[in-house]
Design a protein around this ligand. Structure first.
Ligand SMILES: Nc1ncnc2c1ncn2[C@@H]1O[C@H](COP(=O)(O)OP(=O)(O)OP(=O)(O)O)[C@@H](O)[C@H]1O
Ligand SMILES: [Mg+2]
Length: 227
């Protein structure tokens, strides 16, 4: 299987001089194409920092990071934006745009990235996720579970090479968390590479690789052969 992510001696710190916060690293790991990786660890252990580097929202301070053939530590901001167009991102609190409809939320990020998406494709994706009755609703009127499904549609519309998720079920009740979990597991079974930060232990049996973070470094890394 091809390696999709390689992190070597990866580090991230914030601030300067006496105020420097060493948020991450050094860490080393790889992610194989089509696999499901979960990142566990206590609050402040560096999980979101790592995900932000992987998804191009932030740049490493040191080390090398290659994702889907792109050396992220070398990319300038314009190229980073292009890289972000190739990946999908899901957040705990959805990061949808208020006052726009479900359909507009799915289409707008593609417009911003300069990718043209047909209304038909967006509608058919929303239908696949059981949102046909919500297509023209104002996003504010949707439940948390519905919002997260919209966010998943928004990230899938660009056919991403990889999906990064930061606590995707963290704000959902058990039933909606289960629905979102089932969607992500199904996407992985269909071939999507997923890297997910989570506190939800129900994802553990689904993972190929479990990375546990502590104080900015990898405390343990387990590969599950039979999931
Ligand atoms: N922009 C920033 N400036 C300064 N310090 C930061 C910044 N972002 C994160 N940190 C620090 O880096 C460390 C790791 O933070 P991070 O957000 O990665 O933790 P986390 O594991 O995602 O925690 P949580 O489970 O609470 O989301 C923390 O000490 C945090 O305070
Ligand atoms: Mg976090």
């Amino acid at each position: 299987m091809a390696i999709l992510i390689t992190a070597k001696n990866l580090k991230k710190s914030y601030g300067k001089g006496k105020n420097t916060v060493h948020a991450l690293g050094p860490i080393d790991f790889t992610v194989v194409e089509g696999s499901f990786t979960i990142i566990l660890g206590k609050s402040g252990s560096g999980k979101s920092t790592l995900l932000n580097l992987l998804s191009g929202l932030d740049s490493p301070t040191d080390g090398t990071l290659v994702v889907a053939g792109e050396s992220l530590n070398k990319l300038k901001s314009g190229k980073l934006a292009k890289y972000r167009a190739k990946i999908g991102l899901i957040f705990q609190f959805y990061n949808l745009l208020p006052n726009l409809s479900t359909l507009e939320n799915v289409m707008i990020s593609s417009w911003l990235k300069g990718i043209s998406v047909s209304k038909q494709d967006a509608t058919s994706l929303l239908k696949q996720f059981g949102l046909e009755h919500r297509i023209n609703s104002n996003i504010k009127t949707l439940s948390g579970g519905e919002k997260q499904r919209v966010a998943i549609c928004r990230s899938l519309i660009n056919k991403p090479a990889i999906l990064f998720c930061d606590e995707p079920t963290g704000a959902l009740d058990t039933a909606n968390g289960q629905i979102v979990k089932d969607i992500l597991v199904k996407l992985n079974k269909e071939g999507m590479t997923i890297v997910m930060v989570t506190h939800n232990e129900e994802f553990i049996p689904m993972a190929d690789k479990i990375i546990t973070m502590k104080d900015g470094i990898i405390e343990s890394m387990n590969t599950q052969i039979s999931k």
